[in-house]
Design a protein around this ligand. Sequence first.
Ligand code: ADP
Ligand code: MG
Length: 727
Amino acid sequence: MLPSDPLSRHFRIDIAHQKALKRLHVETVGELLYHLPVRYEDVSDIQSVQGLAVGGEAVVYGQLGGLKARKAWKSRRPIAEGYLEDGTARIKLMWFNQPYIAKMYRDGQYVKAVGKVTGTPGKEYIANPELEPLDHLPIDRHDSIFKTSNSEDTIYPVYRESQGVTSRWFYHTAIKCFESGVLQSLKDPIPEEIRKRYKLYPLDTALRYIHSPKKLEHAEGARKRFAFEEVFHIQVEMARRRAAISAATTYEINSGEDHVREFVERFPFKLTTAQSKAIKEVLQDFKRPHAMSRLLEGDVGSGKTAVAATTAYAVAVSRPPEGKSAGERGGLEYGNLQVAYMAPTEILAKQHFESFIQYFSHLPVQIGLITGSGCYKFPSKSDPRKPTKISRTQLLKWVKNGEIPILIGTHALIYKSVEFKHLAYVIIDEQHRFGTNQRKALTKKGAPLPHLLSMTATPIPRTLSLTIYGDLDITLLDQMPAGRKAVITKIIGPQQQAPMYEHVKTELKSGRQAYVICPRINEPDPEKENALNLKSVVAEAERLQRDIFPNTRIDVLHGKMTPTEKDKVMARFLAHESDILVATSVVEVGVNVPNATNIIIEGAERFGLSQLHQLRGRVIRGTYQPYCFAVTESKSEKTRDRLKALITAKNGFELSEYDLQFRGAGELYGGKQSGLSDLGMEAIKNLKLVEAARNEARNLVEKNPDLSNHPQIKDRLAKIDQSLHME
Ligand code: ADP
Ligand code: MG
């Protein structure tokens, strides 16, 4: 048996099974061995439904039944209910104000249920349990498969499953692979000296320990090793990317500091210290011989555009190395180094274009806008204070000959037909994961590598940035402009909604608007998830209209709408032709509506704190006092405590760190898309491990840039390359 052998060569696998394995990306023996358990359970820990008592916490496994939604007798509150049966007894499950839950699951489904046992003896039920669907019960309580003669060996691994393949199968198959001796043919990708330095198990031991631990310590040690291995590989990849960038030639930009100061002084506001620092860092990078690769992270409203504009200015007034300038205009000389500024949507590209026009209106610097629906140039010949619509051909001609130093746009920017003369600086807004790819796409063959500034409002913990953005330098904009009214945030528990709705009514009466965000429903099947989310939005809008806000204009926004429909709804809301916008969180409420000062977030406990923070950022911009209501049905102290961090934390970064520590790394906003496995995400909690992996990786790449001495690492990187920073 070899690691590269397809599993079907050694094991009997039917078609359904094959498909399931494919979904999990487990097709070879090696992939099976690297399909690591997500956790361990202890047989002796499992509770039976029969043994549950009122007041206790229940963690039970079983089958669902009797699911239905109804209204409570007196309060008419919507309730979902059902029961869970585990072979010893059945217990009732009840969810208050979450009738959709009855539709999310089906009778007969296997689940893990966690919640508090409530009610009275004989009439107990689990209140608002959290359910985790399982394709198979992890163990049958009466099954002795995981038990051995030694009564202390009660821990067993639980794997990520998929319909058609169970945890048990993974466990037994891994054991059979060990027995075949395949471990001897595996080569350890972590060099021995590094393993010794951090006391990491060698690969064969680690694999045995992780799949069939005799003691929990063994499993933990093995997990540490694989966590290190994953982060280490990513860091090697990032170190290589950095090395490649350092080797490439770039444009050195040496703009006069006085020039920049003058530019900044014309802003209608004073820069925050964080903004000034960010600008300084970028300008310093510009002077270095290798291209900048920098990530600018700052909350919504922290003023990233001003940083982009100032640094773009520094480039637009610099000359290409040959000393040829585009000409002399108005007594000032302007070089023709160029800037490309890319935004994720057309609306945002237009907003940036308008901001730039304000910042550059006093200067003879031409600015272009390119989107799918048309091209503009500033200034217009007939009115030097206004932009003018021009043809795409004309715009591209001026970009190509260098006359337009700043080009703002959407994805239309990276079409092949767009050619720059001296592209020296690329700014990417809100697509941090793609920044380096887009720079590549924008760079002409043989041309110097432009500097890159990637900007994002997604707060992520430091360890995660160090890893997935390990090829970038990071600047934080961790300060809000003075005078912003902070959002008043309230956590609204069960039955506390009435005053909240009263407040919003008053706000609407005085002319404000409100968002209502519906809980996110996570389903393994994205199609179903979409349909469910849509349903909850539409149902909530109807309920609000009928029961709470009868004479109010309510609109809905959800992922099943076309971009044109979404734009229409947003335009109506912006023009105050609707008062309340009910939306899913999946739909990015992208446009800035200063008059919308209230946001109600239903099912707040289902979100990460940093995501809640981003959602509430939508109401910060206006001059009115903004309010955020995080509504939760959960009675759990822990949930309330977690949500309270929204009130106490200073900024999004602090919240992202809370998310990492308290909620589990796997649920971090952006975590799942980062290309890290669950174990890798777990590793991110450990700053020491991340830093060690980073240092070792940098050393290794410095000594052996082409990795010729480390073929195993090289093999693995080929795979990582596809999953990181790419879509
Ligand atoms: P974001 O970081 O979300 O992209 P923007 O750059 O769009 O934020 O800035 C948000 C708003 O704050 C804009 O209207 C901008 O003019 C304003 N602004 C930016 N910097 C400052 C500052 N230092 N003081 C006051 N207002 C500022
Ligand atoms: Mg912005």
